[in-house]
Design a protein around this ligand. Structure first.
Ligand SMILES: Nc1ncnc2c1ncn2[C@@H]1O[C@H](COP(=O)(O)OP(=O)(O)O)[C@@H](O)[C@H]1O
Ligand SMILES: Nc1ccn([C@H]2C[C@H](O)[C@@H](COP(=O)(O)OP(=O)(O)O)O2)c(=O)n1
Length: 265
């Protein structure tokens, strides 16, 4: 099971020659490192880190995929779209392909076991440690199955809140040849979304993990609301760089521990 544990970079700091005579700034640097990594996620049984997970919720056409692209560009998270994984099963004619196609055509939700296993495979085969899981969980059943099978909780849950009229307009103009982008299926999808996704939204709201974004406006305006949600996860590293600006040759990337080590020595 994945679970959060406290961890720190103290072994790196103490093995560094310069750490024996820590200046004030360096001491502060150490503190920041410890604070930032106190919430680092790891898989204690194997000593490996467990991932930083963001779930992306919102009705069909609310702009989830569009905003995910921008989040990936800016923050380097790995994008996993539940819908894309299901469509890939259809395209590859796997044993579940036909069943998935029929459910999607009818605006229905694919059994959680199927979707979660696809996500699990991607999570486990990826080298990344930070994921953006788009279009999931769509139901309480999805959510519970993910917890049971993958054994992880999201760190952040984004909800793109969009009026139905706007979602219909966008989906009918999406023009990607999808079997579910037609008015008949769209009406069914909206009903299912309202009935089954709302409890998921409420669940994460009560857990204090939900970030509701007004999904009406230009793509850039909407991204302006998304940006500050992820920035704190990077800020720690910006602080590190400020403290060590004279020693850092370049700006290091979020979670690049090796680079931090280089800066220290
Ligand atoms: N802010 C926006 N305003 C207008 N159209 C948008 C906006 N964001 C996305 N779109 C368009 O709406 C359609 C649905 O967006 P998409 O990102 O695919 O939504 P979702 O992944 O939630 O179904 C796409 O054609 C996309 O280009
Ligand atoms: N968690 C999920 C995600 C998608 N599906 C199915 C049912 C959805 O209507 C389709 C398409 O999902 P997708 O997220 O690509 O759709 P939108 O981007 O919201 O328009 O896939 C599912 O059954 N379970």
């Amino acid at each position: 099971m994945w679970r959060r544990v406290a961890s720190s970079l103290s072994p790196i700091i103490s093995s560094s020659p310069s750490s024996r005579s820590l200046s004030r700034n360096q001491a502060a640097f150490g503190l920041i490192i410890r604070e930032s990594f106190a919430t680092e996620i790891s898989k204690p049984e194997e000593g490996a880190k467990s991932p930083f997970i963001t779930f992306v919720l919102g009705g069909p056409g609310s702009g989830k995929g569009t905003q995910c692209e921008k989040i990936v560009e800016t923050f380097g998270l790995t994008h996993l779209s539940a819908g894309d994984l299901l469509r890939r099963e259809i395209a590859m004619h796997t044993k579940n392909g036909d069943m998935i196609l029929n459910l999607i055509k009818d605006g229905k939700i694919v059994p959680s076991e199927v979707t979660v296993k696809l996500l699990q495979k991607e999570l486990e085969s990826s080298n990344s440690s930070k994921f953006l899981i788009d279009g999931f969980p769509r139901t309480e059943e999805n959510r519970v199955a993910f917890e049971r099978i993958v054994g992880a909780d999201p760190d952040v849950v984004l909800f793109f809140d969009c009026p139905e009229e706007e979602m219909v307009t966008r989906v009918l103009n999406r023009n990607q040849g999808r079997v579910d982008d037609n008015i008949t299926t769209m009406k069914k999808r909206l009903k299912i979304f309202e009935a089954l996704n709302r409890p998921v939204i409420d669940y994460y709201k009560n857990k204090g993990k939900l970030y509701t974004i007004n999904a009406v406006g230009t793509v850039d305006d909407i991204f302006k609301q998304v940006l500050p949600i992820f920035t704190p996860f990077q800020e720690v590293y910006t602080n590190l760089c400020l403290h060590f600006s004279s020693k850092c040759l370049s700006f290091f990337h979020y979670s690049d521990i090796r680079h931090i080590h280089l800066c220290l020595t």
